[in-house]
Design a binder for this molecule. Structure first.
Ligand code: CMC
Length: 428
């Protein structure tokens, strides 16, 4: 393959370097185009734009492949744990036994929450959406650990900042949940592993101890592993771009939490269950909603279907579909929304509109169903996704800094008014 692409505009030809990735992905490096020609490229929604060169996650949407640091997601979901995957994403290699033990120990050491955080929690109105509470709490870490503010400082201790964030995310998430419910906040239990400890902080009550169900813990572990990174998605790109201004890890990740909140991204799993609830309330007529989703004059979309990059199947959805079946069978959960979900899945998978556009159930469709079945309230779904995505955000922020990437600052094609003179208000 040639090392250069040639672009002709108005009779002039510009040479642009070709970059080839490990998996033979080909990109045209247009970074010198404006300098050469005064021309920029336009790609609204970055549908065809690589924002970085990354060694963390490989994804082939056409073939349904997802790998973290080269390891297939199917193997990681089956054989590893969330903290092992976090280590892999952040440090680049699977940990040896002693490395993993040390990593786990350090995380346990930092999971206690400053009591002043309780006062901050008290200030939130009751019924606050837990995503708003979580992103605020992540930002407040900058105030408890001011040395994290400038990651360039020689005493910044970036690795400690990373471990603190991994350690404090589960209690912050659990507290965002107990706050909303008006329940007392639970403290971490160092005798438990990461996911069990998190579930205990969520569900233990002063009147009723939390009884661990290994099926539930396993499903949660898998959901976290499957969400741990997804290359340059909306929230991860947000984390990288905020971090590129040299903002701290906590500030960058708080921005990532907010980016994840929207229903087209991490809010989709919540939107899935809300959609299912609405369909049930409306009589459970799935055909009607399939027709609505296909109607271009109707803004309704089938939430949990379709993906920007997976145009064949979502490998994460395949794994979680199995897990959803296990959970539903074992827990014997029968809920009308879950019946509607099954029907929607069946109809959409053979409907021409969905087949033609390659719209398959995505990971959020099944993660929503699993979390509903294990009793996690819908508004908590994107918050759970935040715990899962945290290692990816951290790894991508770290990589962006290690690559010494410049500040992210896209250009635009201006389509507003040409220059015009100010008109006095009395004359308008
Ligand atoms: N229901 C009905 N039609 C759809 C849907 C849907 N869920 N998704 C896409 N389409 C149609 C869309 O109307 C368009 O049709 P046409 O070509 O006739 O105009 C075509 O399919 C292509 O859609 P698009 O909007 O150009 O695709 P996109 O890549 O910009 O959007 C998406 C991807 C995920 C935002 C979109 O499929 C969607 O809104 N899905 C529902 C929300 C959802 O489940 N989001 C979670 C994504 S997975 C979590 C994550 O990784 O962040």
């Amino acid at each position: 393959m040639s090392n250069f692409a040639e672009l002709s505009v108005n009779g002039k030809t510009y040479k642009l370097p070709i970059i080839v990735g490990t998996e033979d992905e080909v990109a045209i490096d247009i970074s010198s185009l404006r300098e050469q020609s005064g021309i920029i490229t336009l790609d609204i929604g970055y549908k065809n734009t690589g924002a970085t060169k990354s060694a963390i996650t490989f994804l082939d949407g056409e073939k349904g492949i997802l790998r973290y640091r080269g390891y297939p997601i199917e193997q990681l979901a089956e054989k590893s744990t969330f903290l092992e995957v976090a280590y892999l994403l952040i440090y680049g290699e699977l940990p040896k036994q002693h490395e993993l033990e040390k990593f786990k120990g350090e995380i346990k050491e930092h999971q206690l929450m400053h009591e002043d955080k309780k006062k901050i929690m008290d200030g939130f109105p009751s019924k606050s959406h837990p995503m708003g509470v979580l992103s605020s709490l992540v930002t407040t870490l900058t105030t408890f650990f001011p040395e994290s503010l400038d990651p360039n400082r020689p005493d910044a201790k970036v690795d400690l900042t990373i471990k603190r964030l991994l350690a404090k995310m589960p209690p912050m998430v659990a507290w965002s949940y107990t706050k909303e419910r008006g329940l007392p906040s639970n403290y971490p239990d160092n005798s438990l592993d990461y996911v069990s400890n998190f579930l205990k902080m969520m569900f233990a009550l002063p009147t009723k101890a939390y009884e661990e169900d290994p099926i539930v813990t396993d499903a949660m572990e898998k959901i976290f592993v499957l969400h741990a990174d997804h290359e340059q998605n909306c929230s991860t790109s947000t984390v990288r771009i905020v971090g590129s201004s040299q903002a701290s890890l906590y500030a960058s990740v708080a921005a990532g939490v907010n980016a994840l909140w929207g229903p087209l991204h991490g809010g989709a799993n919540q939107a899935v269950i809300e959609m299912l609830d609405n369909i049930v309330k409306d009589g459970g007529n799935t055909e009607k909603y399939i027709e609505k989703a296909k109607d271009k004059n109707d803004p309704f979309r089938l939430m949990g279907f379709g993906h920007r990059v997976y145009k064949n199947f979502d490998p994460r959805a395949k794994i979680l579909k199995k897990q959803a079946d296990i959970i539903l069978n074992k827990l014997g959960v029968a809920a009308p929304e879950l019946e509607v979900a099954k029907k929607l899945e069946e109809v959409a998978l053979r409907d021409e509109y969905f087949v033609e556009r390659k719209l398959y159930p995505n990971v959020d469709f099944y993660s929503g169903i699993i979390m509903k079945a294990i009793g996690i309230p819908t508004e908590m779904f994107p918050v759970m996704f935040s715990i899962g995505r945290l290692p990816g955000w951290i790894a991508q922020w770290k990589e962006m800094r290690e690559n010494k990437e410049p500040i992210g600052r896209p250009r635009q094609v201006y389509i507003g008014e040409k220059v015009r003179d100010y008109v006095e208000i009395s004359k308008r």
